[in-house]
Design a protein. Sequence first.
Length: 187
Amino acid sequence: METIDELKLILSPEKIKERVEELGVRITEDYKGKDLVVIGILKGAFIFMADLLRHIDLPLEVDFVRLRSYGSSSESSGQISITKDVELSLKDKHVLVVEDIIDTGYTLKYLKEMLRLHETASVRLCCLIDKQERRRVEVEADYVGFEIEKGFLVGYGLDYDEQYRQLSGIYHMSPRYEARGFMPSDR
Ligand code: IMP
Ligand code: MG
């Protein structure tokens, strides 16, 4: 029998939209008059970043990095490497890193240390979801969309085994089970 994952909606598209707009407004106020570069972490942040940028009413530059974390598919080992580096010059720029979710914290800690080498004017982190359950290293995001206690989440850029990124809401995912349908009904 076919088995699929059970998805339960925890953040609706409307709720996400409202919060992303609030973050954009705050970021706009905080970076007025500054040379801003927004760096998205691929792949998970691509949808959040696209929506967030459209609420930042300032001149800005956009770049992306891609990081690889060794470990199992569901937990980072703490061994991180860069598979796509920054391409813009960050010297004397105010850098805002956009990430989908902080889990263990290894990814953002690594990236923050790496960005220090670029002689930036500042580095701040904006993260859609702060998940505290499995934090291993101390990292504080400057802008947080939602704090979620625990669980594995998919949708709005977040994947499980590369699936579900295109969902408009964010879902709590339970391990595979025998199900009736393919996609969540409240998508
Ligand atoms: P960290 O290095 O453990 O903080 O994890 C960072 C990366 O793991 C995130 O950028 C996500 O790509 C992925 N990740 C962590 N938790 C989840 C989750 O609940 N759903 C999907 N991806 C996750
Ligand atoms: Mg990611």
